[in-house]
Ligand binder design. Structure first.
Ligand SMILES: Nc1ncnc2c1ncn2[C@@H]1O[C@H](COP(=O)(O)OP(=O)(O)O)[C@@H](O)[C@H]1O
Ligand SMILES: [Mg+2]
Length: 213
């Protein structure tokens, strides 16, 4: 059996990752494509516990290395126990955040050398990168505005960071996407959700070899 495709969605807070993954999942489901959707941090029981620490405002400031290693710990569980087995079964895996979030957040925004983040990832995980990464590009102001008015009562530890932090996240994503144009699909994420979804699918389909029924 051929391995499934591994697609990740990346972007700042409120860029529409969860919304767009839902729409892409529907598109695949309507065409009989077996899809697993999952998210980081999280994706396993232990991973969700680690997520709770990472997003808990009461944890306050965490050392950048603490954040990085917690991210890697949940990713190790998630990749080995969930993502790789699903891909081996031929499923298409869509993951909400993955390696590039560590590059953007712990690397560019928290100040750990991004080359080190890449090196640690390559050394301690199977060095496994997605086949395609959809980067939803949005200004931090618009993204945070959406996140704040999305019906959530409380902002999490990351959402509560300064605008300057979120600008560094965006700059980081731009840098990573520019360094790997063959892996990235960059989508301007302002506008109607349905129209954004159409643009994503139009760019995605030529990059993945999925037999549609
Ligand atoms: N294209 C869009 N235009 C306006 N609001 C949107 C759009 N896409 C998503 N939203 C809303 O913005 C908020 C954040 O979207 P979400 O998909 O959760 O983003 P993310 O997962 O990237 O944080 C949600 O309330 C969602 O309903
Ligand atoms: Mg989300």
């Amino acid at each position: 059996m051929t391995r499934g495709f591994f697609i990740t969605f990346e972007g700042p807070e409120g860029s529409g990752k969860t919304t767009q993954i839902g729409l892409l999942r529907q598109f695949f489901a309507a065409r009989g494509i077996a899809t697993l959707t999952t998210r980081e941090p999280g994706g396993t029981h232990a991973g969700d516990k680690i997520r709770a620490v990472l997003l808990d405002k009461e944890c306050g400031h965490l050392e950048p290395e603490t954040e990085l290693f917690l991210m890697l710990a949940q990713r190790s569980e998630h990749l080995r126990k969930v993502i790789l087995p699903a891909l081996a079964e031929g499923k298409t895996v869509i993951c909400d955040r993955y390696f590039d979030s560590s590059m953007a957040y712990q690397g560019y925004a928290r100040g750990i050398n991004p080359d080190k983040v890449r090196e640690i990832h390559a050394n301690f995980l199977p060095g496994f990168l997605p086949d395609v990464t959809v980067f939803l590009r949005i200004s931090p102001e618009t993204g945070l505005e959406r996140a704040r008015h999305g019906g959530k009562k409380q902002l999490d530890r990351m959402e509560s960071e300064t605008l300057a932090f979120h600008q560094r996240v965006l700059d980081g994503y731009n840098a990573v996407a520019a360094s790997e144009p063959e892996r990235f699909i960059v989508i301007q994420a302002e506008g109607e959700s349905a129209e954004i979804s159409e643009r994503i699918i139009k760019e995605l389909l030529p990059r993945i070899q999925i037999a549609f029924t």
